[in-house]
Design a protein around this ligand. Sequence first.
Ligand SMILES: Nc1nc2c(ncn2[C@@H]2O[C@H](COP(=O)(O)OP(=O)(O)OP(=O)(O)O)[C@@H](O)[C@H]2O)c(=O)[nH]1
Length: 365
Amino acid sequence: MPLFNALARSLDPLHGVQAATRQAFDHWYRQAKIPQIRYVAFLTMALYLIYAAIEQNVTSEQVLARFIVHGLMVPGALLAVGVLSFQPSRQRTMFTILTVAPVCTAAANLHFNFGTPLFVHFAPEIYLNLMWTFAVSGLTLRQALATASASVLVILVVTLDHSLEPGMQRLHLIWILASFSFGLLSAFLLERAHKRMFLHQDRLALSASLDGLTGLWNRSRMERFLAEEIARANRYGTPFSVVLIDIDHFKSVNDTHGHAVGDSVLRQFATLLRDSVRVLDKVGRLGGEEFLIVLPENDAAQAKQAVQALQQRINGFAFDRVQRKTASFGIAEYRPGESLDSLLERADQAMYRAKASGRDRIEAL
Ligand SMILES: Nc1nc2c(ncn2[C@@H]2O[C@H](COP(=O)(O)OP(=O)(O)OP(=O)(O)O)[C@@H](O)[C@H]2O)c(=O)[nH]1
C-alpha cells in the first residue's frame, strides 16, 4: 500500500490530499492558463489566415469550402476563444469551443484531403493539431486528453481503410503515435510540475499562518479570521464571540521547572484548547501564554457555557511535572459596527478583570 501511494503520488502529486486543496488547485490552474489560451488563440488565428491564403494557391479542389473553413470558421472560433478569455463568466463556453475545435479541424482536413494525392502535403496539420492540443492550447491535461483522443478516433476511423498503401499507412500511424505521445508526455509533465509548485506554495502559506511552538494559528492568521467573521456578522447579523485566555502564574512554571517544561505546558494547553472546541471554532496563540478562541454564531451566554466546560477540563488536567494549572478567561461578544481592535480590547479588559478578581475566573464585557 505505501508503495502504491508513492507511485500514485509520483503520477499525481495531489493524490490523497484534501478535496478542498484539489478544488483550489483546479480553480487556480484554470485561471493561470487563461493568458496562454488567449495568446495562443490569437497566434493560431493569424497563422490559419495565412494558411488559408496559401491553400488557395496550392489546390483548385473545393476552394470555396476550404476558404470558409480555414479562412472564416477556424479563425472565427479562435477569435471567439480569445475574446471570451477576457470574460470570466463565459469561460465555460470558451473551454467548450477549445475542446471541440481541434476535433472539427482534424475532421475537415480529412474531408478535404484524404484519398487525394494532396493528403501527403496536408497531413502535417493533423499531427501538429494533436501536439497543439496537448502542449500549446492551454487546455488542462484531462481536457486535452479527451480532445486529442476524440481527434485520434476520428482520424483512425477515416484513415484505417485501404486507400493508403501499406508503407504510407505505417508512416501515418507512427506520426500519429509520435505526436500523441510527445504531446501527452509534455502536458503530463507540465501539469505535474504545476501541482508540485502549488502544493509547495500551499504548505508555505500554511506554515506562515501557524504558531511554531503549539501548531495553533498565529496572531496574524487569527486577525484575518476575525476580520472575516466581522464582515460576516455585519452582513448577515449573526452573533459571534471571542475568548482571550491567559495561563495563571505561568512565570513560576519557567522559574521552578525550566523553560523546556514551560514549553511543554504550553503545547499541552494548546492541545486541550483545540480538543475542547467545535470544528468551526478557531483557536490561536497570540504570544507568550496568551491564547484566543473565536466562536462563530455564539453570543456571550453561549460562549460562557463553552468556556465553563473548557475551564473544567483545564482544571482537571494533569500537566507534565506541573500537575494542576489554571487560566483566566475574558469573553467579548461582537457589537455590530465595532472594530477588530475594540473587540480584542474588550476581551483583554475582561481577562484582566478575571486576573484582578483572583484568577481561575471567567469574565465577560
Ligand atoms: N516556556 C516559555 N515561556 C514563555 C514563552 N513565552 C512567554 N513565556 C513566559 O511566560 C511568562 C509570562 O509571565 P507573566 O506575564 O509575568 O504572567 P504570569 O506569570 O503568567 O502571571 P499572570 O498572568 O499574572 O497570572 C514569562 O516568564 C515569559 O518568559 C514561551 O514560548 N515558552
